[in-house]
Design a protein around this ligand. Sequence first.
Ligand code: ZN
Length: 167
Amino acid sequence: MAIYPIRTFPDPVLSMSAASVIVFDEHLARLVDDMIETMYDAPGVGLAAPQIGVLKSIFVADVGEGPFVVVNPVLVETAGRWKSEEGCLSIPGRYWEVSRAEYAKVDGVGINGAPVSYEGDELLGRVLQHETDHVDGKLLLARLSTRPRKQALKELREDALNARRLT
Ligand code: ZN
């Protein structure tokens, strides 16, 4: 098991679409174990492979009922609307009010290639949408409306400039 460093905004890998997994072998199983360990270490409730620089369509999550993995996730159903504060391990320490579907259902496969399906309201629904977005190369910033997004990008740019000044 290994803990990976988590890529942070504006790392370009976070805006790239991940490739579908077509080989289900021990390398995949090890990668998923490492992703779960990295997620708990962070700590976070979800982690997608692009966040550790691996452009494969995989995410892991645990909203308090044990870890699960979805390989090649596809958002197949949503309902309702729920605005809630949301953060991302790739944008550490920042939170925004993000409006998403309240209910979401994601289909995919497990590490052996067998079909899996996860669905949930509120936190689980939100995590399913957030992590599926990651494998599609989308950060939560893309889910903000125009004005808060512009403000967020401005603040993140300033943070990046300040960080560069310090190093
Ligand atoms: Zn995230």
